[in-house]
Write a protein that binds this ligand. Sequence first.
Ligand SMILES: [Zn+2]
Ligand SMILES: [Zn+2]
Length: 91
Amino acid sequence: MSEKECWFCGSQQWVEMHHIFGASKRKQSDKYNLVVPLCHYHHNEPPDGVHHNQENNLILKRWAQEQFEETHTRQEFREVFGKNYLEDDDE
Ligand SMILES: [Zn+2]
Ligand SMILES: [Zn+2]
């Protein structure tokens, strides 16, 4: 993936960096490099932007967990990010 192409659509226009796990997990997103380029429309604009669209948000979080689990265990993911996005058995 190029540094500056939208993760969803590949656009190189108006690209912004998005912390996949924000708020209190923002630093962990940085630490584990779970920060992706998104065009403004897939980032912060309804209806498709991940800050508005739960479905797209979850697609990205699941992808991020898969990336993390290439080098870490699921247990570690849960310890760092407090949740498991790849299975529903944990509600
Ligand atoms: Zn896009
Ligand atoms: Zn963002």
